[in-house]
Write a protein that binds this ligand. Structure first.
Ligand code: SF4
Ligand code: SF4
Length: 248
């Protein structure tokens, strides 16, 4: 396949996903299930296409229970944040039976994340407060960024986490699919006049859990996580790319 055909295929894939998200947004306005439908669609798009794009590659080393990389900063869209908040509220009783309060853990961890960029976060080895017993407590509702961070060698991940100078063999296929799905979702949110940034996940999630009006305000068009936006400097360029992709 030529480079032009590959680019054309990616553009068509992106536009199809964006249109699909836009349809869900238009049909689901006012529906309390909108967030979970959007997040489920995004997760499904990611899982199916990552599988197709990684055909013939070695099997990923990642599995439920591997948490070495769970000290990286995670960028998530508002629907991903609210979906995780729904999951935490829904499972709160079950976790409480084991003495675990995820909302409280996030609240207590808040201070340790303020002002830390990706490098500082990683090298301080501050673990995600959603790890319980070595596993992600919101695995089914984890954001696309967590799903799309895929390595072929767990020993390399461990060595990198220990500060050794090693190259982690990450899957470009998973990373690309993750970026396409997340960007298509962002493009549809932007067209719908909703906050469309990629935000620092844990602090946004903490806010969504603490403020009962947070989701409602976002659905009314408020950019409720504006101060938590990551890559703010690139957002103009990203918006221009979304427009160019739509025009073809
Ligand atoms: S990226 Fe590395 S540390 Fe993270 S889940 Fe995969 S193998 Fe484990
Ligand atoms: S949300 Fe889950 S997968 Fe993502 S960093 Fe936290 S523990 Fe790891």
């Amino acid at each position: 396949m030529s480079e032009q055909e590959t680019a054309e295929g990616l553009r068509a894939f992106f536009n199809a996903m964006r249109d699909n998200f836009s349809t869900i947004l238009a049909q689901g306005a006012g529906d309390p299930r909108l967030i979970d439908v959007l997040a489920a669609q995004a997760g499904d798009n990611y899982e199916k296409n990552a599988e197709i794009q990684s055909e013939g590659l070695p099997s990923p080393a990642c599995c439920k229970g591997c948490d070495t990389c769970c000290c990286l900063q995670v960028a998530a869209t508002a629907p991903e944040v609210f979906h995780a908040a729904h999951f935490i509220r829904l499972t709160a009783q079950a976790f409480a039976a084991h003495g675990v309060d995820l909302a409280k853990r996030l609240e207590q961890a808040r201070e340790s994340f303020i002002g830390k960029d990706q490098d500082k976060r990683f090298f301080s080895r501050t673990a995600c407060p959603l790890i319980i017993g070595g596993a992600c407590a919101i695995y089914a509702a984890r954001p696309l960024a967590c799903r799309g961070h895929v390595s072929f060698d767990v020993q390399a991940c461990i060595a990198a986490a220990e500060g050794r100078d090693v190259e982690v063999p990450a899957s470009q296929a998973h990373k690309t699919v993750r970026a396409l799905v997340q960007n298509a979702l962002q493009a549809s949110l932007r067209e719908a006049g909703l906050g469309w940034g990629a935000y620092e996940f844990l602090m946004a999630l903490d806010r969504a859990l603490q403020d009962p009006k947070c989701e409602e305000n976002w659905r009314r068009g408020g950019d409720v996580f504006a101060d938590l936006q990551l890559g703010l400097a690139d957002s103009g360029e990203l918006a221009a790319t979304f427009d160019a992709l739509k025009m073809g």
